[in-house]
Design a protein around this ligand. Structure first.
Ligand code: KG4
Ligand code: ZN
Length: 346
């Protein structure tokens, strides 16, 4: 098949607070658009599911139109529709899946319900080309922190480890709140940490050297809370940059150490880091340093592709179509806890 013969896949993502639409052919992103409701959640310090669902409903059709325009494509050019079937917020997923069913039916093309988490890994192909097999993936987002062994994006993804409590992004968001930085906490902590000394306060490293690929961030969050409380009692000014830098160092130290160990232990030469937290500048720098030392090739998509978007779902959809897997039925259900081992929803 030549490049132009590959099917044009319309990817739709609505698992959390971003309405994302991407048009993908093979490993090429032709156009995408994202509408975010994050501003509507800021004053609540976290995503309000009902608010997110309504925002998806309002943004869906205009976002599809903008993505098609950017791709220079007409609706009739679309060969298949892929949509996030899970995991995610129930109401939010439902909006995307309902829209995808309507588009697939109206355009008379097959529908594929795919896994949001595997999409975060698949998106890297749009930037760096086909993913070598096997690869290890470190998936770090607001809702998930997992180490995966990816033998085939469409058919074989194994879980090596997971967080036992908070996700890495969740830890950023909670700690930001503790030290008076806005939601979502990742970007402001990333920025504040650049002004601080990562060695000034040494915070604990959860599940360090425990022989597993699992993570834990709730002890770290409690340690920061205690530090803030103590400072409040003595009336000291909070050294926000140093706390941010110390906290961040603890998170990225464990993430990168375990990810590189997973590659070395499994004889895998390629590591992909993706999900919202992969936008973190210190995580990217330390991963580069440690991968270079271990002889592992690192792939990190550009920050815009790391956070939730429709291109990632189009990318995984294209893989699933290429693998010849059967399309989903039109009664495809959403699954708020779809396991990462299922790239295509049952
Ligand atoms: O993947 P994502 O956009 O949504 C989920 O599927 O969860 O990830 C959102 C998370 C938030 O917790 C946010 O604070 C975090 O990614 N994040 C960052 C950075 N940018 C976003 N964390 C650390 N450093 C960043 N620069
Ligand atoms: Zn995500």
């Amino acid at each position: 098949m030549s490049r132009d013969d590959l099917p044009l896949v319309l990817g739709i993502e609505t698992s959390c607070d971003e309405t994302g639409v991407g048009l993908v052919r093979g490993c090429t992103l032709l156009g995408e658009d994202v509408a975010s409701s994050v501003e509507q959640h800021v004053r609540f310090g976290g995503v309000v599911p009902e608010v997110a669902s309504r925002a998806h409903l309002e943004a869906m059709v205009p976002t599809v139109r903008r993505a098609l325009d950017k791709a220079g494509a007409a609706p009739s050019d679309v060969d298949a529709v892929a949509v996030t079937a899970g995991p995610g917020l129930a109401g939010a997923l439902l909006v995307g899946v309902s829209a995808a069913k309507a588009y697939a039916m109206a355009l008379d093309v097959p529908l594929y319900g795919v896994n949001h988490l595997v999409g975060h890994v698949a998106v890297d192909q749009l930037e760096h080309g086909p993913l070598p097999k096997p690869a290890v993936a470190l998936l770090v987002s607001g809702g998930h922190t997992s180490l995966l062994l990816v033998e085939d994006l469409a058919t074989r993804v194994r879980s090596l480890g997971d967080t036992v409590d908070d996700a890495a992004g969740e830890a950023y968001d909670k700690v930001a709140r503790l030290i008076g930085l806005p939601y979502p906490g990742g970007p402001p902590i990333d920025r504040a940490a650049r002004e601080g000394d990562p060695g000034a306060i040494r915070f604990p490293r959860g599940k360090w050297g425990d022989g597993t690929y699992d993570f834990s961030f709730s002890g770290l969050k409690t340690a920061v809370a205690r530090w803030v409380e103590d400072a409040g009692r003595t009336g000291e000014d909070l050294p926000v940059p140093d706390i941010a830098a110390g906290f961040q160092e603890s998170v990225v130290d464990v993430l990168t150490r375990k990810a590189v160990d997973a590659c070395v232990d499994n004889g895998v030469e390629h590591l992909v880091i993706s999900g919202g937290v992969a936008a973190n500048s210190r995580l990217r720098a330390l991963a580069e340093e440690r991968c270079a030392k271990a002889g592992v090739e690192l792939r990190v998509p550009r920050p815009k592709l790391c956070t939730d978007n429709g291109a990632m779902i189009g990318a995984l959809g294209a893989e699933v179509v290429a693998a010849g897997l059967p399309p989903s039925r039109l009664d495809l259900a959403t699954d708020t806890s779809l396991p990462v081992t299922m790239p295509l929803a049952p």
